[in-house]
Design a protein around this ligand. Structure first.
Ligand code: ADP
Ligand code: MG
Length: 368
């Protein structure tokens, strides 16, 4: 019989041998069978309609189960309903519609988000030399777009002058209040009306993103009417990839793909909403400096920014400013931007600033 000490050593040795075999098997299994997953198939995809357009949310990361789907759906719908109640120009009970209908000169109580978004819009109006201007609302309708769109002959020069007397960022004052009590808006001119359509979808993407962060998700992509916010990474650990379309009105074709991570991206374009009068394209983007639809040949402007709100607002400003001034403004604010201008031969002239992500050009589809 071996001494007790040796018996113990043998037991230990056997246990160590078993542990070694198990560990090796585990390591080999990890090496050969647990290689990183392939394409980003591990995503929860949710979608719906909002603000007269569509939304889509992709969530990556762990725990993509039905319980998460239900919670995410709930958060997204709640937040989109808030957006509608704050900014919609189509529903008369929204904060913006009630402020527009108000002809008084007393402070008008609004939620903090409305005060914040109007305050940012006023700043952007100043930064862009008046190219982005939410008080352009009555002119948008007069040129036949949006809620209350008018049909018939275009406005005369005198009529436009009259409208321009009631536009400009300096007419609106914002009291930011505090986050729980909200803020207020004040109009120095009772005629003034605001239209947040050029920035609300971007804000909505950020607002939905805020809800997903609250659910402790870190990797997701929110898209609302083409304006996006990309958080973190896809399930395969790579940045989110988003496609920018060619600015054709009748054909959907991918022009380029860019990678985003913790960034917003927005594209403004005259190719979805425009009409033709005497062969001329009438854009829904109004140049607030002339009171007329833009006539600078701009087909689209894409901006990449830390938030989708910024990207959306700046993209509209760039449509008005055109490539040279527009790209310089974006550069000044450290934002990536790309513009496409129509050329005489029916093509597009592309311009980008140095901060725009290097695009991945999609491969031509294989010919049959
Ligand atoms: P899209 O992404 O669909 O091209 P934008 O974000 O450029 O749209 O917003 C266009 C809308 O913004 C118009 O339909 C109008 O309601 C409003 N708008 C038009 N011109 C301006 C402007 N210069 N500044 C701010 N808002 C504008
Ligand atoms: Mg915009």
């Amino acid at each position: 019989m071996p001494p007790p000490g040796l018996e113990l050593d043998r037991k230990t040795l056997r246990a160590m041998a078993i542990a070694f075999v198990l560990l090796s098997a585990f390591t080999i299994h990890r090496l050969f069978f647990a290689t990183p997953p392939g394409p980003a198939v591990d995503e929860l995809v949710l979608s719906g309609d909002t603000m007269g357009t569509t939304w889509e949310v992709r969530i990556a990361g762990p725990g993509l189960d039905e319980a998460l789907r239900a919670r995410a759906q709930d958060v997204i719908e709640t937040r989109l309903a808030e957006i509608d109640l704050w900014f919609s120009t189509w529903r008369p009970d929204s904060e913006v519609s009630r402020f527009n209908a108000d002809r008084g000169s007393e402070p008008f109580d609004v939620s903090s988000p409305t005060a914040e978004l109007v305050a940012f819009s006023i700043e952007l109006c100043k930064w862009s030399g008046g190219a982005f201007d939410i008080t352009v609302a009555p002119l948008v309708a007069r040129w036949g777009f949006g809620h209350g769109a008018q049909v018939g002959a275009p406005p005369s020069e005198a009529e436009i002058e009259d409208y321009l007397d009631h536009t400009g960022a300096e007419i609106i004052h914002v009291g930011r209040g505090n986050p729980t009590r909200g803020g207020f808006l004040l109009k120095a001119d009772p005629e003034v009306e605001i239209d947040l359509s050029a920035i609300a979808p971007g804000y909505a993407a950020d607002h939905v993103a805020g809800g997903l962060y609250e659910l402790e998700r870190e990797d997701f992509l929110v898209e609302i009417g083409g304006e996006l916010y990309a958080a973190g990474h896809r399930s395969d650990g790579k940045p989110w990839r988003v496609a920018i379309e060619e600015p054709f009105e009748d054909l959907r074709k991918i022009r380029q793909i860019v990678e985003l991570s913790d960034q917003g991206l927005a594209t403004s374009g005259d190719y979805r909403a425009f009409y033709v009068e005497d062969g001329e394209r009438i854009s829904h983007t109004i140049d607030p400096r002339t009171g007329r639809p833009i006539a600078n040949g701009m087909a689209s402007a894409t901006v990449v920014a830390p938030t989708a709100t910024q990207a959306d607002g700046f993209a509209t400003a760039l449509m008005v400013l055109g490539p040279e001034q527009g790209l310089a403004l974006a550069e000044q604010w450290k934002l990536g931007a790309m513009t496409l201008r129509r050329t005489a031969d029916g093509g597009f002239e592309e311009a980008r600033n140095g901060l725009y992500p290097e695009p991945i050009t999609p491969e031509e589809p294989a010919r049959p």
